[in-house]
Design a protein around this ligand. Structure first.
Ligand SMILES: [Zn+2]
Length: 319
């Protein structure tokens, strides 16, 4: 069988640890296997144990393909991990820890930790700034994962923030790429949607000189110094030529559907992880290789995220 294309094929294919090993090696070491400790290519393979042994003298000479990835210290086999990665990469509305646990035959708690590791790999950390035409907007997620109606949000935005207790604000940026290319989203959980929280995010993520389109929220009213700032006042109209925030609104509705449908309730503390997951799927929604392409992309991130994972477990431990 060639590379799997559907979930059923993926589950069957990766039930075989040799297949898991092959795909992991191809992802981590596309050219040749090197020692993660010293970088030497003088490594011998011990097929019976699926381990490599480095010829150089140093501690940790024997390494598995999991070393240096987010799977490293997990007792679970790749035959559980890879189907899990496939599901998270491709279930449009996300997958709950209950569903994943049932599908893999692990406990819900184990599945919960797996999901968080995979979501971490899906964080699209980049230092490149967005440019061109960028929409900026915010939404609110309530304690019971309910979202505020836009009009209410606009009314609140103009006045007090008192009614925001229990709501978590999420700020998003969408870079428009025209009809033939996929627009790209970044989203952040923010303490509030005040200027002090959202204005710096625009500046750290969008190149000066770009066109930034927002609604009439006052938090954005200082952007004109560095950007061509276009405002659509939702009290008047929702679209004026290309001046609208419909792209990012579309992303919010997908995010809402995923959280409402799958996650029932999300602790505000963990919200950013669900947001990251949805951002990843959104930005890769037109992968030319479909589900297999998205799986490969998440897997590539998975093998390069060891350091981040240490930070994550630190955070989870205190959560
Ligand atoms: Zn070595």
């Amino acid at each position: 069988m060639t590379s799997p294309k559907t979930l059923v094929e993926a589950v069957r294919y990766y039930a075989d640890l040799d297949h898991c090993q092959t795909v992991m090696v191809a992802t981590r070491w596309p050219k040749r296997v090197t020692c993660p400790t010293c970088g030497s290519a003088l490594v011998g393979y011990i097929a019976t144990r699926r381990l490599w042994e480095c010829r150089e003298r140093h501690p940790r000479r024997q390494v598995s393909v999991k070393v240096g990835t987010i799977f490293e210290d997990s007792p679970l086999g790749l035959d559980k991990w890879l189907p899990a990665v496939w599901m998270v990469a491709n279930c449009k509305n996300g997958i709950s820890s209950h569903e994943l646990g049932r599908a893999l035959g692990v406990t819900q708690k184990t599945a919960w930790f797996m999901l968080h590791r995979i979501r971490l790999a899906m964080r699209t950390g980049t230092f490149q700034k967005m440019h061109g035409r960028v929409e900026a907007d915010e939404t609110f997620i309530g304690g019971a994962a309910r979202f505020m109606h836009k009009d209410k949000k606009v009314a609140r935005a103009r006045g007090n923030l008192g009614g925001m207790a229990g709501k978590t604000a999420v700020m998003g940026l969408l870079e428009r790429h025209g009809p033939d290319k996929t627009s790209v989203v970044r989203a952040f959980v923010v303490p509030t949607h005040r200027r002090t929280d959202v204005d710096p995010l625009v500046r750290s993520n969008v190149k000066p000189g770009s066109e930034v389109i927002t609604d009439a929220l006052r938090s954005y009213d200082r952007l004109a110094d560095e950007y061509a700032h276009k405002v659509i006042d939702h009290a008047e109209t929702y679209v004026r030529g290309h001046v609208h925030t419909n792209g990012i609104e579309n992303f919010w509705s997908l995010l809402k559907r995923a959280i409402k449908g799958t996650y029932v309730s999300v602790e505000p503390f963990h919200l950013f992880r669900y947001v990251d997951e949805q951002v990843f799927r959104f930005n890769d929604r037109r992968d030319p290789d479909g589900d297999g392409g998205r799986f490969a992309k998440v897997l590539r991130s998975v093998v390069g995220r060891r350091i981040d994972y240490k930070t994550l477990t630190g955070k989870l431990a205190t959560a």
